[in-house]
Design a protein around this ligand. Structure first.
Ligand SMILES: CC(C)(COP(=O)(O)OP(=O)(O)OC[C@H]1O[C@@H](n2cnc3c(N)ncnc32)[C@H](O)[C@@H]1OP(=O)(O)O)[C@@H](O)C(=O)NCCC(=O)NCCS
Length: 145
């Protein structure tokens, strides 16, 4: 049912709508649209012709950073996020990565459960990392791959 492919320019508008709808700390349009240009790796998950989720990450030498992941509400808890994560891990390994890092809002229990399912471990808390209307600490997590 789910199909993973590379994100390209023509996917940006649909993917950014998911970002705005789903992400607790959505990127600005400028950041989101420039992520392909700056060389981040981006994958989408489709059902038929509809984009239902995406993942954005960067790999530098032996480290990958999971920068963004979101799945449309109606498709959550049906494996799309796991497929995106597994694809990221595979690609990161191929590119020579040995470790994945990420940060997540401490109040984002769903995402933390998701990362724990993949055996990410908590490395540190960065206090008051998220500012604005809904301030929060960041949980820094990592996984050896
Ligand atoms: C985090 C997210 C991408 C997970 O995507 P998903 O497609 O729902 O994930 P999966 O269906 O592959 O779930 C895999 C496992 O993660 C855990 N998990 C996922 N969502 C969960 C939730 N709401 N509550 C508890 N555990 C959850 C479960 O262990 C689940 O396995 P199970 O369904 O067999 O119990 C999705 O919840 C999302 O888009 N959240 C909003 C955006 C966001 O917070 N992004 C992260 C920013 S750091």
């Amino acid at each position: 049912m789910f199909k993973i492919s590379l994100m390209d320019q023509s996917d940006l508008e649909e993917a950014f709508k998911i970002e705005q709808k789903i992400n607790p700390s959505p990127w600005s349009k400028e950041n989101f649209y420039s992520s392909l240009e700056v060389g981040h790796n981006s994958l989408i998950c489709k059902v038929d012709q509809q984009i239902v989720g995406f993942i954005i990450f960067s790999t530098i030498k032996r480290e990958s950073h999971l920068l963004n992941i979101a799945v449309l509400q109606d498709y959550q808890r049906s494996g799309a996020g796991s497929l995106l994560m597994a694809s990221m891990m595979r690609q990161s390994k191929v590119m020579g990565s040995e470790k994945i890092f990420l940060e997540v809002r401490s109040n984002n229990k769903n995402a933390i459960s998701f990362y724990k399912k993949f055996n990410f471990i908590q490395d540190a808390i960065r206090a008051n990392y998220y500012l604005g209307e809904d301030p929060d600490d960041a949980v820094l997590m990592s996984l050896d791959i």
